[in-house]
Write a protein that binds this ligand. Sequence first.
Ligand SMILES: C[S@@+](CC[C@H](N)C(=O)[O-])C[C@H]1O[C@@H](n2cnc3c(N)ncnc32)[C@H](O)[C@@H]1O
Length: 421
Amino acid sequence: MAGEVMSARAAAVALLDAVLGEGALLAQLLTASHGPLVALPPQERARAQRLALAVLRHVEQADRLLDPHLRKKPPLTVRNILRLALVERVVDGAAAHGVVNAAVDLARHGNRTGHLTGLVNAVLRKVVDLPAPFAALPPQRLPLWLRKPLVGQYGRDVVSAIEAVQARPAPLDLTVKDAVEIEGAELLPSGSLRLSGHAQVSQLPGYDAGAWWVQDAAAALAVRLLAPQAGEAVADLCAAPGGKTLQLAAAGAVVTAVDISEPRLARLRENLARTRLSATVIAADVLHWQPDALFDAVLLDAPCSATGTIRRHPDLPFVKDGSELPDLVALQAQMIDRALVLLRPGGRLVYCTCSLLPEEGEAQLAAALARHPGLVVQPVALPFVPPEWAGAGGGLRLRPDYWADRGGMDGFFMVCLQKPL
Ligand SMILES: C[S@@+](CC[C@H](N)C(=O)[O-])C[C@H]1O[C@@H](n2cnc3c(N)ncnc32)[C@H](O)[C@@H]1O
C-alpha cells in the first residue's frame, strides 16, 4: 500500500495477492526477509496471518456471493479486498460498517485500486448484511486434481467431511515433555494437549522452560509407532524442524537428526536448545549420507505433497497442482531403500508422510514390501487407536476428519517395518 504504514488488513491482502496471484507459499511469505509482514509488530503480524488464512479457507464461498454483483472482473487486489471484508464480517462477526470502511480505505490507498473505491463500497453494501450467508453453501472444495483421487480412495462423504474440517481454523497441539497446566487445554486420548482459539505460543506456560513443543496430534504418532527405547541409536531422516527429533530425544534415544535444509535445521537446533534436549544434527542429503555405524531404528518423515496438512496450510490447494507428485513418489522410494541400508538387521523403520494420497502411503508400502522380501510390517500397538484407523497393508491411515468434533487432525500415513535378521 503506497506511502502508508501497512495495517494488518493491508498485509493480509498483500499475502493473498502473492498466494493467489503469484502462487507463493504462505510459509515462505511469512518468513521472507522482504515479505509483506516485515514492518508489522508481532501482534499485527499474527492478525494479518489469521486474516489471510481465514480468507483462503473461504475463497469459494466469498466469490459465490460477490460474483453476482461484479459485472466486470476486478483486479485481483480489489477482489481480495472484497473477500477479506466479507470473510471478516461473516466468519469473525466484525461490524458491517467497520469492514466496509476498512475495505474502501484499502482500495483508496492501494496500487492502481484508488479508482475502484465506489465499486468496493457498492458491492460490499449488497452482501455484508445477508443473514448467515456462508451457512447455506458447502465448505470450500478441494481442487479437482486432488479431489478426484481422494473421492476414488475414500468416497464422496469422507471427502466432504475432510473439506468441512479444513474450513475451520486448526487447533494448536502440543507434545508435552514435562507436566504443565495450561488453562483451557484439552488432553487428547493420545496424550497431546489441544488448545482451540488464538494462542500466542511463546506466552503459554512452560514455553521458556521447554516443557512442550508444537506438534499436530497425528504427527506425534509416528514416534509412538517406532516406540524408541532409552539408549537406542535412532536416525531421524528428514528431521527439520524437529518435532519428531524432540520426541525421540525425550524418550532417551541417542538421536542423529539429518536434513538437507540448513535454515530448517537452524529451527531444529533452536527447538533442541529451548527444550534442553540433545541430538547430533547433520546437514546432508539422506540419499548420500554415510554414517559410521548402523542404527537400531530409523524414522523417515519423507518430503511429500503435504495434502494432509491443508487445514493448517489452506494456501496449498491454490499453489500446488499435483505435478510434483511423480518426482516425490520416486524420491520417497529411494529414501526408503536408503533408510533400510542404514538400519541394522532386525532394526525398525518408521516411514511416514503427511499426505492423503495412497501413492505416497499405502502404495509406497506395498512397493517397498515387494522390493525387500523379508521386511515385516509391525502391528500397531497403541491402545487409543480405533480399528478404522488401520492402513491397507498395515500401519495407520490418519485422516483430517478423525476426531472432527475435537478439531480434526493432520492426514498422515505411517507404518513401522522390521528389517530381516
Ligand atoms: C515433512 S518435512 C520433515 C518434518 C520433520 N520430520 C518434523 O517432524 O518436524 C520433510 C523434510 O525433508 C527434508 N528433505 C527433503 N529432501 C531431503 C533430502 N534429500 N535429504 C535430507 N532431507 C531432505 C526437507 O528439508 C524437510 O525438512
